[in-house]
Design a protein around this ligand. Sequence first.
Ligand code: ADP
Ligand code: MG
Length: 744
Amino acid sequence: MLRKDRFITTSFKSSTNSTQTPIQFVKGVGPKLGTVFKSRNIETVQDLLYFFPRTYEDRSKIYSISRLSDGLQATLSVEVQSQRQIPIQKLGRTLLEVRCTDGTGSLSLKWFHAPRGMEKKFIPGAQMVVTGKVKLYQGRPEMVHPEITWGVDLAQGQLEAQPHVGRVIPVYTEIEGVSTLVLRKVLWEAVEKFGNVLIEDLPNYLLERRGLLPLASAVHGLHFPPEGKSFNLKDLGEFNTPAHHRMIYGEFFKFEYLMLRRRLQEERASSPFSDGIRHRFLGKHGQDSLNRWLSYLPFQLTGGQLQALQDVVHDFSEPHPMNRLVQGDVGSGKTAVAFLSAARVLEEGSQVALMAPTEILAEQHFKSAFQLFQGRLNVALLTGKTSAAERKLLQERLSQGEPLLLIGTHALLEDPVLFSRLVYVIIDEQHRFGVEQRRTLRKKGEKQGPRGQVTLPHSLILTATPIPRTLALTAFGDLSVTSITELPPGRSPIQTRLVREPTQRERAYEQIRQELKAGRQAYFIYPLVNESEAEGFTQLKSAVAESVALAKDVFPEFSVGLLHGKMGSEEKAQMMSQFQSGQIKILASTTVVEVGVDVPNATLIVIEHSERFGLSQLHQLRGRVGRGKFQSYCYLFSSVRSQPGVQGASHRLEILEKTYDGFKIAEADLELRGPGEFLGTRQAGGLPFRMADLVRDRQWLFWARDDAMEILSKDPDLSKLEHSSLKEYFEREGGLQFDRLNTS
Ligand code: ADP
Ligand code: MG
């Protein structure tokens, strides 16, 4: 609301030619069509102009009927010869058939449910242009449901005045209730009439530096590519033309500017520690205390863990809050870094929150922290199954300011959870959370000082899914990064084997049997909980059914347990502890064990239908083994065959067979599946790019990033004249207020 009002007072008054004009003012859009557009969030001319084509179709070539072949997508200029309507009794409909000619032959056009009255237009002798896919029916060409353009006489050179034929035309994502023709026509009108009033929002010198088209010509070129340009249909289809580059760069640039600006703001917030406390993290006191905690651990930290811990402790001593990502492969020991840094904060008298994505993981963390702290420091657990009475007690402890490490699931995010001295938040397995959830937790420790100064808690994010560089610059652009690149000593790399069904299954079972006999344990992972979930995927195996089959038919000599998300938390915890203690040898499970779970004696993981999982997810699952001193194995079962020349599922799985490098796997995943896997399954919408693609357009991202960084350092509040239109853009579209970020 606010956004619109403000806009009306600033630029709407200037002319009816504004891009904020409601779309009813576009020729051809009446109230009815307007409502349809509105339902798709297209309300103004600007919204319309930014409704970009999905792809393009070449209609610059006019075919003659004699040269049509089966399957060809063709445009022809023809004259109506005759028509007939054939009732189809069975369906209670009429088939409309129109015969036409261009002098070289005869073409039949068919409509199976022609709207009433449609036939009236096809008067013998009328000229029209038809476009559609050719079908040869008994050797004669016909088109079913072709697109018709009236009133264009190609011989008369009327091409300029219409958008439908004789050119490369845009193809839009369909809007229900608007025909393709009407949509194209409306866009044509909008671009013709309003295209030139688009306000250029990027500074001129950036356009020049990057060789970019001005906004108005880019938008024009996107919808109706100019003829005779050096780019072809392929470039257009791949969004690889100057017009596309302009929009891609613009999207990246604005995003990066906002991201970097937010980072700057956060970096300027105050540390939650007073000067006195900040001091205590470094120097002798800090070092002694850390050493003491290190001596409580049952192992020595690796160099990578120590470095990460040093980074965090160093950040604690800074005047501004930490915002750090620690990425390290599964099993690299990130938990220890989290616990030790938390211990230091608790010792200094404050509260820490650690959020994990599943109850199993939260409980496991709670147990390990409890063991490590041994009553020296307080730790508590909050999950969905914490009773109301326990919650109340916990709430009291928190509000009284007791120094406490609170470990929990999403339950931590709920409103009634109030900390009084939350200075440090840790998020484990960040890919399971969205950006907003991270912020919500952090906000619980936000404070406003008397002079408006904001204090934010330190924030540490742990991930085993490495962030590809493009994403590190976008979705995670506000984080400092530490990488743990080594695994604790004594771990031999997990052997990964692609097991092709059905031929190799038995042999794999035998290998597994040998390991189980030697005392090891195994996970069997299934895509479904039970068969009723299958809906159309009936060939898929489910954890419930297979746990029975495993116990009965395959491994009758070993105990088999079952774990899945639909079990109660009590049941789940019990099962996990039976597996942990070795009472149960085989755990049939869904991906609930995907993150974090740590049972060092489990050295086998079998993943059924592995082609159905993302690479990073498989890598995570694989990380459940290889956590102790024994050689571990991962079996990827798949019945999908490789096809020559097709980079399908089997090709993806081979990547896993060959590498354990999480970075390579993540990059491959980003290329194959897009950013979803990294941004968190629960993060609605993902990144706000309409046109830009992180993989395809990464070079533009790097340039945009550099330029945004430069502007932020030269003119952070955009107060220079050359940045005035950019500033207006952000005020208008983003509701930004620029007086807040004073650099003085
Ligand atoms: P992740 O980084 O995947 O979260 P964890 O923190 O769960 O890894 O650690 C994996 C296992 O390795 C745990 O059993 C943990 O106790 C153990 N571990 C962690 N650091 C070391 C170390 N430096 N030396 C030996 N074992 C370690
Ligand atoms: Mg972990």
